[in-house]
Design a binder for this molecule. Structure first.
Ligand code: HEC
Ligand code: HEC
Ligand code: HEC
Ligand code: HEC
Length: 263
């Protein structure tokens, strides 16, 4: 009997662990399913469908040919107005306009032009209701329902946002260092490392991905700093504070920033 109870206890422990392990995106603000916990919802009771489809998604996020994985959003970044990209007197790397790849994937919701339900492959046979433009602004970022994040609308004006869609290798640092003060500007950026299609910037336990097929063309995109499947961002929404904003690393002591910037 004792053995049986132990087994049951172990079993329950395992189940609890298993459900924790599968929680991930389900307990985050990116669970947009109709049955999900968030204020902003789509019409389908599935989680991945708002971003991915197993078949028939976009080969590329737009005709220019930037890849995003099995993308299920009916997004054309050329409609809905031009983007304004980041600019300053000191920035060096050229920023693509419109933004590229994964950044466009994020912007297919966060620029506020596309309702959550505008999918390419709706569940079921064929493409279903997919191509019916969804005029319902209650499930579009930008019309902010009560209690919902008013910063989630990144919009089309990216001039107040950290630059994206630029070659990391083209980011230079002003000057070569000097005697004034402590900031010598000696070396602005940590070198990227990797091979093939996988380039990263690594500092200790923090690894941030760049997106591109060579070191020279690997880009900083939204996904370099954010992991859209990160579970811990639910904390703010559930009222316990401490949202980590889908960040790939907690930004305590600006650990995220100083992975790339040698400041
Ligand atoms: C809110 C949008 C969104 C949702 C919902 C979403 N994903 Fe993703 N997913 C992305 C984006 C954007 C990328 C590309 C960025 C990157 O490389 O991390 C991605 C990349 C991936 C990748 C390849 C990179 C990796 O992290 O392994 C896999 C696999 C994946 N998603 C699976 C899933 C599954 C399974 C679900 C549902 C449980 C899901 N995603 C839900 C946006 C989403
Ligand atoms: C399918 C639509 C969709 C896509 C694609 C998407 N998001 Fe979101 N995201 C949302 C919604 C909806 C919210 C919740 C907004 C709110 O609370 O008002 C959200 C919230 C967020 C938040 C705030 C989290 C918090 O804790 O407050 C961040 C950060 C974020 N998204 C980043 C990204 C990034 C980066 C990408 C691409 C890698 C991405 N999102 C792709 C729909 C999307
Ligand atoms: C260089 C890193 C970096 C890049 C690139 C980046 N972000 Fe962020 N993002 C952050 C950090 C750090 C925060 C948390 C800010 C805070 O705590 O207020 C954040 C917050 C957010 C938020 C929540 C805003 C809030 O304060 O509630 C959204 C939404 C978001 N990012 C979307 C995006 C999208 C979309 C892109 C690409 C166009 C992007 N981010 C690119 C670092 C980045
Ligand atoms: C994935 C690498 C990466 C991360 C992480 C990152 N940055 Fe950047 N950041 C860059 C690159 C590349 C540029 C473009 C620099 C250039 O070309 O001059 C840039 C540009 C900037 C600029 C504008 C510089 C200018 O000359 O106008 C500021 C400010 C900045 N980052 C601050 C931050 C802060 C704050 C964080 C953390 C929240 C952060 N960055 C995280 C890579 C990164």
């Amino acid at each position: 009997m004792k053995k049986f109870i132990t087994l049951v206890a172990v079993g329950i422990g395992f189940l609890a662990f298993a459900s924790l392990a599968s929680a991930q995106i389900a307990s985050s603000l990116h669970n947009l399913s109709s049955g999900g916990p968030n204020g902003i919802k789509g019409a389908v009771d599935e989680i991945c469908v708002y971003c991915h489809t197993p078949h028939g998604g976009k080969k590329a996020i737009d005709p220019a040919g930037d890849w995003a994985p099995l993308w299920n959003r009916n997004y054309d970044p050329t409609t809905g107005g031009a983007f304004t990209v980041y600019n300053s007197y000191t920035v060096d790397a050229a920023r693509s306009n419109p933004p590229t790849g994964v950044s466009k994937a994020c912007l297919s919701c966060h620029d506020g032009t596309l309702g959550l339900n505008q999918l390419i492959n709706w569940p079921g046979r064929g493409s279903g209701a997919a191509f019916v433009p969804n005029p319902d602004s209650s499930n579009q970022i930008g019309t902010v329902p009560p209690g919902v994040n008013n910063m989630a609308l990144i919009g089309r004006d990216l001039s107040d946002d950290h630059p994206v869609s630029m070659n990391y290798a083209d980011a230079l640092s002003y000057g070569t260092g000097g005697a004034i003060g402590e900031d010598t500007h000696a070396a602005g950026f940590r070198a990227s490392a990797g091979s093939g299609n996988r380039w990263t910037v690594v500092n200790g336990t923090v690894t941030l991905p760049l997106y591109g097929s060579s070191q020279a063309t690997a880009k900083v995109e939204c996904g370099s700093c954010h992991d859209p499947h990160e579970a811990r961002s639910f904390a703010a929404q559930s009222g316990t504070g401490g949202s980590v904003m889908f960040l790939r690393a907690a930004n305590t002591a600006s650990a995220l920033c100083i992975t790339c910037h040698l400041k």
